[in-house]
Write a protein that binds this ligand. Structure first.
Ligand code: SF4
Length: 427
């Protein structure tokens, strides 16, 4: 059996392709949305949104399907009367936090999550977090970040949350041996699979964020980190400021992306390609067979991405290279050229890339192109469906476990399902 061959771009792909930059009306959720998956990840953390009834409504309806005996997020509502006095707002916040922590001794980490209204009244949540951290130290650590909707995308909430955690990561010893940090919230099932693979490869790996507030991974010059999500620019910067080094790689979507992602870790830790081949062969073969079945339905279909999750470029790479789809347009809210360099090199050279949003212009281009499938936010999906286009909600891609070999077919199925549904409706 030949060893694993690292993936290569035939040419330079889209690495140097021109990008259409758009500015205009945006149709996106705000960063508060990240709470929906982050509260499931860090199991003893609590997310207290300091915001309005609109904020409360957003996270409750986004999390509407989940019913908890002890929820791990809530909204401290800023009423109009609070606008009159900042001192009152701070006192009220302290009262809410004190009541919450007295009632819930299971909370070990509390995030005060800023919102548009808290920014409007200039409530200094970092100062509040410091004050409350001192008061509840050492039992509870209080941190803050902004999930405000001004100029954000919904996945930026995770970036802001993780960036707020980086300064409190313990420092690794100067002489510590190199260690791998996998950065970005992954579903537990995916994390467990990757943890097993890294163990078999003999690579010491830690995951960030951790499942427990007390299990923060150490960071320092010995840290080599792999991004598991493409929307973590601030977190990456903060980790590098603490001495960590990023391992450039595509993202672990599909067989090819997952293999290349693992290969980047192997190269950094001196693990041979033969060993990588041996450890991953079974999972790759299973995934390859499952993808072949999905490919039948996707091959040759034309897909259009509206900018939403920041996952668009890696998804486009997976769908074009492994599923044979044609990329009509790949738009993303922010194009992080450095973090996406390996992905861009793998896209077809003529891919139309767009950064930012001007929703009317994009809708015009989409209607003119009449793609087989449109990936977009919830707000655009219904109108486009009513015009006869088939859509996929981008947000589902963030809520669903899609990374790794074992999830590759599930990822493909997220795109085949709307096409099948449309066929059934038409029958
Ligand atoms: S943070 Fe801003 S955009 Fe998000 S729900 Fe609250 S008011 Fe709306």
């Amino acid at each position: 059996m030949s060893p694993v061959i690292p993936i290569r771009a035939e040419a330079l792909g889209c690495a140097d392709a021109p990008v259409l930059r758009e500015r205009g009306q945006r149709e996106v959720f705000c960063g508060l949305t990240g709470i929906i998956w982050l509260h499931r990840k860090i199991q003893d953390a609590f997310f207290l949104v300091v915001g309005s009834r609109t904020c409360a409504h957003l996270i409750q309806s986004a999390a509407g399907v989940m019913i908890f005996a002890e929820p791990r997020f809530a909204t401290a509502i800023i009423d109009e009367r609070d606008l009159a006095g900042l001192a009152d707002a701070n006192e009220e916040l302290d009262r809410v936090v004190t009541r919450l922590l007295e009632r819930r001794p299971d909370i070990k980490m509390l995030f005060l999550v800023g919102s548009c209204p808290s920014e409007v009244i200039k409530l200094d949540l970092s100062r509040a977090a410091q004050r409350l951290s001192q008061r509840f130290n050492p039992g509870v650590r209080v941190l803050n970040y902004s999930g405000s909707g001004i100029e954000t995308t919904f996945t930026q909430g995770e970036d802001a949350c993780l960036a707020s955690l980086v300064p409190v990561l313990p420092a690794s010893a100067p002489s510590a041996a190199p260690e791998l940090m996998v950065v970005g919230a992954l579903a537990d099932v995916v994390e467990d699979q990757f943890a097993r693979v890294f163990e078999q490869l003999g690579i010491p790996a830690r995951f960030f964020p951790p499942r427990q507030a007390g299990a923060l991974p150490p960071v320092g010059a010995n840290t080599r980190y792999l991004l598991a999500q493409p929307f973590l620019g601030d977190t990456a910067r903060a980790l590098e400021a603490r001495g960590a080094t990023r391992l450039p790689a595509p993202f672990p979507l599909g067989v090819e992306g997952t293999l290349a992602w693992l290969a980047a870790a192997c190269d950094a830790f001196g693990v041979s390609r033969e060993r990588l081949d041996e450890v991953t062969r079974g999972a790759r073969e299973r995934a390859g067979a499952a993808l072949a079945r999905q490919r039948v339905q996707l091959e040759g279909k034309r897909i259009f991405f509206f900018p939403d999750s920041q996952l668009e470029v890696p998804l486009a790479r997976f769908l074009s290279r492994e599923m044979g789809m044609q990329l009509v347009e790949v738009a993303t809210p922010y194009l992080h050229r450095q973090h996406l360099a390996e992905e861009l090199a793998l896209l077809p050279a003529d891919t139309r890339l767009a950064e930012g949003q001007h929703v009317e212009n994009q809708l015009d281009r989409c209607r003119a192109a009449q793609p087989d499938l449109v990936v977009c936010g919830l707000g655009l999906a219904n109108p486009l469906e009513s015009e006869g286009l088939t859509t996929k909600w981008a947000i589902e891609l963030v809520f669903t476990p899609i990374q790794g070999f074992d999830q590759a077919a599930d990822l493909a199925e997220l795109f085949t399902r709307p096409l099948t549904r449309r066929l059934k409706l038409a029958a």
